[in-house]
Design a protein around this ligand. Structure first.
Ligand code: SF4
Ligand SMILES: [Zn+2]
Ligand SMILES: [Zn+2]
Ligand SMILES: [Zn+2]
Length: 745
């Protein structure tokens, strides 16, 4: 026995240290789910959730609705027959004839077959040889002969089965009808490896590993005479099993081989930097990183060798000084692109000295054509610059040309961030109850509502813990989450309706995963409920939902919604509704002001566009045309400042900045006054009030007051007349509504 086989044997628990491993029905990893028929002990092998026997019955009953059929009383399937023992009291041998074992039957025959009932009274058990119980599972009969440890019936079955080795026959009988991993016939080393692979799968409790998936592979390994899974790399096994041996391709098979090889590496201590560093493909789990979609760092595409060696050193240094695996992988990809440039353009860099500034300039030209997107290019150049800077700083390549650096000017300018918020037209459709209720699964609806109403990043929302709601002393609810980007915990206020939806989701999860820690657990490959919904799975569901709801843009086009757009929309709405930037920054848990300021800039642009589109009139109801060109921008800024300085209830003051107004209550007769349709409700109210004032002044004989108010009345009529015919924008209407609400308050 070689050392690995011995090490595996020592690590195996007794239930896996078997040539035939039974997968009990209902076992969370190995077993089939139980048959849906109440009281049936069989495993469900059909999509309808029935065992073979019940599936046959259901089929014969003309395949009625399964849900209802399993509720009806189904007679039990034929139970295993208990073998009867000899009728003589105390005799435990199997019956041969006339309810007697062979020995007592011979005695009875020799006694001229008296009445059996009376004859057996007083008979003694035979003791021709020492008693031994039949070796088959729960058979309680005595062995028939001293040659084999089998009762009469099992001995008969053994002979009719071609007299196999007793040990094999005993196992076959014991596991009859059960789902098994049958490793008999495989070499010892391979048996141990598969046993250990199964044990690790059970310990991880992550993926279903059923015999019907793995047995074809096990038979295939036996046919091709494999001795160990270590004979090939995973890529070679893929070719050997699926191409060479024509095994039906199933991902679960190759995943089992891959996982088992990794488990064996761990068992042998082949993990950690000493073993992983020399390899050209690093498995991140072997370096202590959690299993994620990013599984490996690839150095096999880095040429020449001196650069590959330095790239490994650079990545090891980055990973061990706290850089995330994702950032390191992205930087490594930048270096890989540089190597592709060297390869495609036939430029050789046999030594670090050959990598100089002219070559970097050639690369800048190549990458500008190959990679026109400035953001991607900036990322790539940043990765290469970081690599070269590290080499220079640490003097890892003393002969590296001093010109091998990138300058700030080498990067393309940062493009202005695009507005990625959903338009109000689309966002409001996505929030309609009639649409939200069309989600195929409630968990996806709750996740979407969290994104819409809190602006969380989808990566944070899908990993919410199940107890994610906190309440303050007044009972107000807050969502507690981990900001994975900033690596800190944070809280955001939520409304009661969302808190209720989350509570309902908690209850659904508790039913399926009583001890699961996650609010949105993945349904498959997640036996203990610790893995959250996959990002891609959510995006797919969101897509399907958006198209099922027939969400359209203002122009009637189809909409593609990315989960992160909910965050942009949430932030933009906050800014647009006047929430101060520092509050928005806190709500979104931004680390710097840059992103919040980006939303504020977008908000300003939106307001600016609305202002340009709006009809603006003076006190005579004459429409004011905006200036064109650069001055228009300056006028807009001046008016914005004026608005901030002099907030009017019914319009805008366009007084030059350095001047101050002493008659702020005389705006409706002032040439500096300007107003827009959003203030129509205020103008109408003021018209009624002005007419009341005119009447009372007339009644009191106050002519001057009457004349002043008549001018105001005339101006109001002109203003209202023009504004009423002006096309109003959505924002106007909204602001009008807001003002009305404020008035009502
Ligand atoms: S009276 Fe004229 S200058 Fe004074 S606040 Fe009103 S619009 Fe501006
Ligand atoms: Zn059944
Ligand atoms: Zn007997
Ligand atoms: Zn028996």
């Amino acid at each position: 026995m070689d050392s690995l086989t011995a090490r595996i044997a020592a690590a195996l628990r007794p239930e896996f240290d078997q040539a035939v491993i039974v997968a009990p029905v209902g076992h969370p990893v190995l077993g089939l789910p139980p048959c849906r028929v109440l009281g049936c002990a069989g495993g469900a092998i059909t999509r309808a959730g029935l065992c073979k026997g019940h599936h046959t019955r259901w089929h014969r009953a003309d395949r009625p609705d399964v849900g209802r059929w399993v509720q009806t009383d189904q007679p039990p399937l034929q139970p295993q027959r208990i073998l009867a023992s000899c009728a003589v009291e105390g005799c435990r041998r199997g019956q041969c004839a006339a309810t007697l074992c062979s020995g007592h039957y011979q005695l009875w025959k020799r006694s001229d077959r008296p009445k059996l009932g009376q004859w057996i009274i007083g008979q003694q058990p035979l003791s021709a040889f020492p008693r031994s119980v039949c070796a088959i599972g729960d058979c309680t009969l005595d062995a028939e002969t001293k040659k084999r440890p089998l009762c009469r019936n099992h001995d008969h079955r053994w002979r009719t089965n071609g007299m196999p080795p007793i040990e094999q026959f005993v196992i076959d009988c014991d596991v009859r009808g059960a789902d098994i991993f049958d490793l008999r016939g495989l070499p010892d080393r391979l048996v141990r490896e598969i046993q250990y692979g199964l044990q690790c799968r059970v310990d991880e409790s992550r993926l279903k590993t059923q015999p019907r998936r793995l047995m074809p592979m096990i038979r295939c390994l036996s046919q091709i005479g494999a001795h160990s899974l270590r004979e090939h790399t995973i890529e070679e096994w893929d070719a050997v099993l699926f191409t060479g041996a024509s095994l039906g391709r199933t991902n679960s098979v190759i995943a089992f081989v891959r996982d088992t090889l990794a488990s064996l590496d761990r068992l042998q201590g082949l993990v950690g930097w000493d073993t992983e560093y020399p390899r050209d493909i690093w498995k991140l789990t072997n370096l202590g990183f959690p299993a994620t979609r990013l599984a490996v760092l690839r150095f096999d595409r880095i040429h020449p060798h001196w650069m590959r060696d330095l790239a490994k050193r650079w990545c090891r240094w980055r990973l061990s000084t706290g850089s995330s695996a994702g950032v390191v992988a992205s930087n490594l990809y930048a270096l890989t692109r540089f190597c592709r440039f060297l390869e495609e353009t036939g430029r050789g860099v046999p030594t670090p000295a050959a990598l100089d500034r002219p070559m970097i300039e050639e690369y800048l030209a190549w990458v500008a054509v190959r990679c026109p997107d400035p953001n991607t290019r900036r990322k790539d150049l940043g990765g290469l610059a970081s690599f070269l800077r590290t080499l220079q700083q640490h003097r890892w390549a003393p002969d590296l040309s001093p010109g091998a650096v990138l300058f700030r000017e080498d990067y393309p300018p940062i493009p202005a961030p695009k507005a990625r918020a959903l338009s109000e037209f689309v966002a409001s459709q996505l929030e309609l109850e009639s649409n939200l209720c069309r989600f195929a699964e409630p968990r996806f609806r709750v996740l979407t509502e969290i994104l819409q109403r809190t602006g969380l990043r989808v990566g944070d929302a899908r990993r919410l813990t199940i107890d994610c709601i906190d309440r303050d002393q007044h009972g107000a609810a807050y969502l507690r989450y981990h900001n994975h980007k900033m690596r800190r915990d944070a809280r955001t206020p939520i409304d009661d309706a969302l808190a209720e939806a989350i509570t309902a989701q908690q209850q659904r999860v508790r039913k399926q995963f009583p001890t699961g820690p996650i609010l949105f657990p993945m349904i498959v490959a997640n036996l203990d409920g610790t893995r959250p919904i996959d990002r891609a799975a959510y995006a797919q569901n969101l897509d399907a939902w958006v198209s099922a709801c027939e969400i359209r843009t203002e122009a009637g086009d189809n909409v593609h919604v990315r989960p992160h757009q909910f965050r942009h929309t949430y932030a933009t709405r906050l800014i647009n509704s006047g929430v101060p930037q520092h509050v928005v920054k806190k709500l979104l848990d931004h680390d710097s002001d840059t992103m919040t300021a980006h939303y504020a800039r977008l908000s300003m642009e939106t307001v600016r566009e609305e202002w340009s589109r709006a009809t603006k009139v003076d006190i005579h109801g004459q429409e004011i045309r905006e200036l064109d060109g650069e001055l228009a921008e300056a006028v807009w800024l001046k008016n914005s400042l004026s608005r901030a300085k002099m907030a009017l209830p019914n319009g805008y003051c366009t007084l030059p900045l350095q001047q101050t107004c002493e008659y702020a209550n005389a705006c409706l007769t002032c040439p500096m006054f300007l107003t827009t349709p959003e203030f129509l409700p205020q103008h109408r109210t003021q018209l009624i009030e002005t007419r009341v004032l005119i009447e009372s002044a007339r009644a009191r004989g106050q002519q001057r007051v009457q004349q002043m108010n008549e001018t105001v009345e005339k101006n109001l009529l002109n203003i209202i007349g023009t504004l009423q015919t002006a096309p109003s924008t959505c924002a106007d209407a909204q602001r009008g509504r807001d003002h009305k609400d404020n008035d009502a308050r």
